[in-house]
Design a protein around this ligand. Structure first.
Ligand SMILES: Cc1ncc(COP(=O)(O)O)c(C=O)c1O
Length: 470
């Protein structure tokens, strides 16, 4: 165990060695074999550049742009670049946030606060919308109307039917995270506009790759501010813009639409607080790193990276289609490959893939959707993708051999029954006590069988068990 506050300070070299050792336990962020959490363009020298840029601005505080104009200039440049890429015009404005969740929370806040006369504001989303909308609704006390999708895409008539006089925002995805498919944005935006309601496009995930895929000829619908009725759009630079973590952009069609996003408070004796985003003090590090990343890759570089991503997606999707026991679950039309079982136990398959060095993301059954395995594909995967088919074949054969997970009989559980002691026992029984998370099939099977509220309680308890002071 490492003491974060030793009696006497420790030499820098030793600390860096300790950090490198700790990082050794993590999944590989580079190398094109991790299909979630990280976005790797495999561009030589880019990490070093982003790190150097981060270091230059790490101590700069975004709290006051008059004190640190360098940060304001970089933010305006990032917003300008996003607006140009995403169909903005001279009226478009935006903010740099810390990530997709913050961008979505602020889109909902702006929509809610634009209508102080609505006592019980509501937000309409398709059932495939990212969980961050549920978080935004929860934090902001906005009611969430979740509309079932048709063929994994938002269903315009059903979305229209869900809009009420209390609806302050309608939102949809371009593309959805779970399946990587694009909602019918033009139809949805037209419906929202006709009802006089704001419409947000969540392009947090794919907003920096979709424009390039479309330029390369992909048959994808218009999804950005060029579409009439779209009032705001979010895009994460720490995803397909390949910037280090901590940067997203939220664009609004006009300044008037953005205004209720701001928080201002002068009723205390200190400085008047004017915050465009949730954080007040903000490091310039991530913003400078994103600025350096965009300038270094450039528009033509992103197009090349999108082509590599597209090619990698095709190779992986073909591998899935050719493998007995699995099938493509969603059209591989953007940067995601999503597969479902056609005979093998998916959770065992995920473990078998991990044992072969491919780290995928199992997704649990949800309403009438079966469990699936999600692969976020980035440009780095172009180099590794040709090796995937043989390993997928071998992993599927091994999964068939092992057979499905049989859980021992468990007492019927409800969320109210979950206590720290029960979680600790369960974790021990499932082999998670020692901190080895490489064989997760039993855990995933258990979670998959649990109704959503129980799944939430179990995982909340487990995270709380992990988060203990050392
Ligand atoms: C479509 C979409 N929206 C929002 C988010 C939330 O982004 P973040 O994890 O940066 O908060 C994600 C994250 O994967 C996403 O895929």
């Amino acid at each position: 165990m490492i003491d974060a506050l030793p009696d006497k300070g420790v030499p820098g070299e030793q600390i860096l060695a300790e950090l490198h050792e700790m990082r050794g336990a993590d999944l590989p962020t580079h190398g094109g074999r991790l299909f979630a959490y990280v976005y790797d363009p495999a561009v030589d020298g880019l990490d070093e550049l982003a790190r150097a840029a981060y270091a230059i601005s790490a101590q700069v505080n975004g709290l006051d742009p008059t004190a640190f104009p360098s940060l304001l200039a970089m933010e305006n440049a990032l917003v300008g670049a996003a607006a140009r890429l995403l169909g903005g015009d001279r009226d478009t404005v935006g903010s740099v946030t810390s990530g997709g969740t913050e961008s979505l929370i602020l889109a909902v806040k702006a929509a809610r606060d634009a209508h102080p006369e609505i006592a019980n504001p509501r937000l309409v989303v398709p059932s495939t919308a990212h969980a961050a909308f549920a978080k935004a609704a929860h934090y902001l006390r906005v009611a969430l109307d979740v509309v079932p999708v048709t063929g994994l895409r938002a269903d315009p008539p059903a979305m229209a039917a869900a809009i009420s006089p209390d609806t302050v925002l309608v939102a949809a995805s371009a593309p959805s995270y779970a399946h990587g498919v694009v909602d019918p944005i033009p139809q949805l935006a037209a419906i929202a506009a006709e009802r006089g309601v704001r419409f947000h496009v969540d392009a947090c995930f794919g907003g920096w790759v979709l424009p390039y895929l479309r330029r390369l000829g992909a048959d994808l619908p218009a999804f950005d501010l060029s579409v009439p009725g779209v009032t705001s759009i979010s895009v994460d630079l720490h995803k397909y813009a390949y910037a280090p973590k901590g940067v997203s952009v939220l664009l609004h069609r006009t300044e008037e639409l953005r205004l209720p996003q701001y928080f201002a408070y002068a009723g205390w004796p200190g400085y008047t607080m004017i915050n465009p985003v949730i954080s007040s003090t903000r490091s310039g590090g991530p913003i400078a790193a994103a600025f350096a990343t965009l300038r270094s890759i450039g528009d033509s570089g992103y197009q090349e990276l999108a082509a590599q991503t597209r090619d990698a997606v095709r190779i992986l999707a073909d591998a899935v289609s050719a493998t007995d026991g699995v099938r493509l679950y969603a059209p591989a039309e953007t940067s995601v490959v999503c597969l479902a079982s056609d005979g093998v136990d998916l959770f065992v398959l995920a473990d078998e893939l991990a044992a072969r060095g491919w780290h995928t993301q199992p997704q649990m059954a949800c309403a009438d959707l079966p469990p699936t395995i999600h692969l976020t594909v980035t440009a780095a995967v172009r180099a590794t993708a040709p090796g995937f088919a043989a390993d997928l074949e071998a992993a599927a054969a091994a999964a068939r051999e092992r057979g499905p997970i049989e859980l021992p009989p468990l007492p019927p559980l409800t969320p109210e029954m979950i206590t720290p002691a029960l979680i600790a026992n369960l974790a021990e029984g499932l082999g998670l006590g020692g901190g080895d998370f490489s064989r997760m099939a039993a855990v995933n099977t258990l979670l998959n069988a649990a109704p959503p509220a129980l799944r939430e309680a179990l995982l909340t308890g487990f995270l709380s068990l992990l988060q203990r002071p050392a």
